[in-house]
Design a protein around this ligand. Structure first.
Ligand SMILES: O=c1[nH]cnc2c1ncn2[C@@H]1O[C@H](COP(=O)(O)OP(=O)(O)O)[C@@H](O)[C@H]1O
Ligand SMILES: [Mg+2]
Length: 199
């Protein structure tokens, strides 16, 4: 089956293509299909908005990820607003902002959350979720990945996500886990029609 990857985020596209290599799917980019504004209050709402919009326009199944970083000492911020945090324009600026807000803060605990939704043109949705717990450094390390990766050291490792390859990150990450659950569900064809959520 041909599946539209409903994101303009180059880092996510790279990770989704690498992760889904084992499925007999042809992945197609968004082309000039516009994505709606993220007006939802939850990752699930926003992922559904993006996936449904792409599925409706293309008449193909479409996959979207909505994700975010939840910082304990910031009461779970930036969370659903991770992509627009502080209203600043770049990943580097958002990293600087997080570091400033956490200056002198000893609780560096945080988690990434990813919700992946596969939407079919008839309106049916499959939902998959993954989380990754870890700590935030006091300065960036590593050149790979995107977003907050240079600040985030997953539990059980000493490297940041930005010091890992795409495959190493996928094996442990929030998005990798959500996509692994999707792959499991699709291993022998499309799963029976009921919403599946995996932590
Ligand atoms: O795996 C990750 N590593 C680093 N940052 C991430 C990751 N997943 C999500 N984020 C952060 O959360 C934001 C999630 O953005 P969102 O899912 O709303 O839309 P986007 O696809 O337009 O970026 C990203 O822009 C990034 O800042
Ligand atoms: Mg979002």
């Amino acid at each position: 089956m041909t599946v539209v990857v409903a994101t303009g985020n180059a880092g996510k596209i790279r990770e989704i293509e690498e992760a889904l290599g084992g499925l007999p799917w042809t992945l197609q980019g968004l082309g000039d299909v516009p994505l709606p504004p993220e007006t939802g209050a939850t990752y699930e709402d926003n992922a559904a908005l993006k996936a449904c919009a792409a599925a409706l326009v293309t008449r193909l199944p479409a996959l979207a990820d909505d994700s975010g970083l939840e910082v304990e000492a910031l009461g779970g911020e930036p969370g659903v607003y991770s992509a627009r945090y502080g209203g600043v324009g770049s990943d580097v600026e958002r990293n600087v902002l997080i570091l400033e807000r956490l200056r002198r803060e000893t609780n560096r605990r945080a988690k990434f959350v990813s919700v992946v939704i596969l939407a079919y043109p008839d309106g049916h949705l499959e939902t998959y979720r993954g989380e990754l717990h870890g700590t935030l450094l006091e300065g960036p390390r590593g050149e790979n990945g995107f977003g907050y990766d240079p600040l985030f050291v997953p539990d059980g490792d000493t490297r940041t996500l930005a010091e890992m390859t795409v495959a190493e990150k996928r094996a442990i990450s929030h998005r990798g886990r959500a996509l692994a659950a999707l792959m499991d569900a699709h291993r022998s064809g499309p799963p029976p029609r009921q919403t599946s959520t995996v932590e």
